[in-house]
Design a protein around this ligand. Structure first.
Ligand SMILES: Cc1cc2nc3c(=O)[nH]c(=O)nc-3n(C[C@H](O)[C@H](O)[C@H](O)COP(=O)(O)OP(=O)(O)OC[C@H]3O[C@@H](n4cnc5c(N)ncnc54)[C@H](O)[C@@H]3O)c2cc1C
Length: 369
């Protein structure tokens, strides 16, 4: 099949890689001028670990493994340990792999074959003509495709164009914003990853392979801003973290002055169907579970795999292929989306009493009381 993939994040790179390996002719669009490697470490979990092994990428990914949450704890305003981070409670299996986006994205891109990518380009219009989709691109070119796959993330343009409905129709905002920024080299050997809470807010300093990251999570009503505008994101972070406790101001300044800063709202996308005609959605565009699930990468990979399997199984029946894709993928999505809620209470207590209660609960859980 001749396939257009729109968006070169984990879902788009995985889809490109699987589909090309299956013999399809794939063109991949990325709106940015290059691959977007900003952000922090992400998790590969559950069955996605087997899928990565099957792709032959396990050893390389394992070599880039980081252990951000292994030695992590909650601290008080003096920087003293208050309770461990209950990392076992959030893992799917002991094999769960943490890897920085800056390591993961280039591995997937190399395997996907970047020569067929078109950067700085997106879809201008989609015209589904039944047996193909006629697509106009922002670079002025147009072409026909057997299938268009929207992998352009939670704020998907492909979804908007194909379904003719705004993001708000599918979005379930969780009342939380999440951000990461690389802020400097890792601390000396043995430096733990630490998280500091004030009511409804968390700011942390987590150790990765070669660098440390600021992690920021906060409860908030939905904010009106352009999520693509780094200056707007910097303002939100500065206006949110105004207190002078612990190292908050230092962490904020280092974050907002780093180009690797990423922040977005924690919004789940819930759709009855990830398909409109010959346009299919894969990854966050279809079913964002939010970074709070720790499963966005895993379900992006599984979605790309299942879609490719389904197209192989039903090469001449797009309806049957879609049905198989959804049948295989939906249970992973339901699990990922359902698991975020308990985590929010643990990382973002809403008062000082709740922070104390959380610490006590975690100490009991980890037998530290
Ligand atoms: C810059 C960035 C940083 C992130 N950092 C973290 C993190 O630190 N922790 C975490 O848990 N999760 C993070 N995520 C989210 C996480 O990577 C995803 O949940 C998961 O990988 C599933 O990804 P996806 O490919 O479906 O969507 P995304 O990762 O959002 O990728 C979508 C891709 O499509 C591109 N795109 C968007 N619109 C268009 C368009 N109209 N046309 C063409 N291309 C388009 C984007 O530039 C991006 O490359 C980040 C995402 C991004 C984009």
């Amino acid at each position: 099949m001749k396939i257009l993939v729109c968006g070169a994040g984990v879902a788009g790179l995985s889809a490109t890689l699987y589909l090309k390996r299956a013999g399809h002719e794939v063109t991949t669009l990325e709106t940015g001028p290059k691959l977007r490697t900003a952000g922090g470490p992400v998790d590969v979990r559950g069955d996605a670990l087997d899928f990565v092994k099957e792709l032959g990428l396990w050893d390389e990914m394992k070599a880039h493994e980081v252990h951000m949450t292994d030695d992590m704890y909650f601290i008080d305003k003096d920087g003293k340990k208050a309770a461990s981070f209950p990392h076992n409670a959030i893992k799917d299996s002991p094999d769960d792999l943490e890897i920085e986006r800056v390591a993961l994205i280039p591995i997937l891109a190399r395997e996907a074959g970047i020569e067929t990518f078109r950067f700085g380009t997106t879809i201008e219009s989609l015209d589904d003509r039944g047996n193909h989709v006629h697509v106009k691109l922002t670079d002025g070119t147009e072409d026909d495709y057997d299938l268009v796959i929207g992998t352009d993330g939670v704020h998907s343009l492909t979804r908007k164009l194909a379904f003719g409905r705004p993001e708000a129709d599918f979005a379930h905002f969780l009342g939380v914003y999440v951000g990461f920024a690389p802020i400097g080299p890792t601390g000396p050997e043995g430096t733990p990853s630490v998280n500091f809470n004030t009511p409804g807010k968390l700011i942390g300093c987590v150790q990765s392979r070669d660098c440390e990251y600021a992690v920021m999570m906060f409860r908030s009503p939905q904010l009106s801003y352009d999520y693509r505008d780094p200056a707007a994101i910097r303002d939100i972070i500065r206006n949110t973290y105004t207190d002078d406790l612990w190292r908050t101001q230092e962490m904020v300044e280092r974050s907002v002055n780093n180009d690797g800063l990423w922040m977005d709202e924690a919004t789940q996308i819930k759709m009855d169907s990830w398909r409109k005609g010959r346009v299919f959605l894969v990854g966050d565009s279809a079913h964002c579970a939010t970074p709070l699930s720790g499963r966005g990468v895993s379900i992006a990979i599984s979605g790309a795999r299942f879609l490719t399997m389904a197209l192989n199984e039903f090469p001449n029946d797009i309806d049957a292929a879609y049905a198989r894709y959804e049948e295989l993928q939906r249970p992973y999505v339901d699990h990922a989306q359902a698991t975020v809620y308990e985590g929010i209470g643990i990382v973002l207590p809403e008062s000082y009493e709740e922070i104390d209660a959380r610490n006590e609960m975690v100490r009991q859980m980890m037998s530290e009381a």
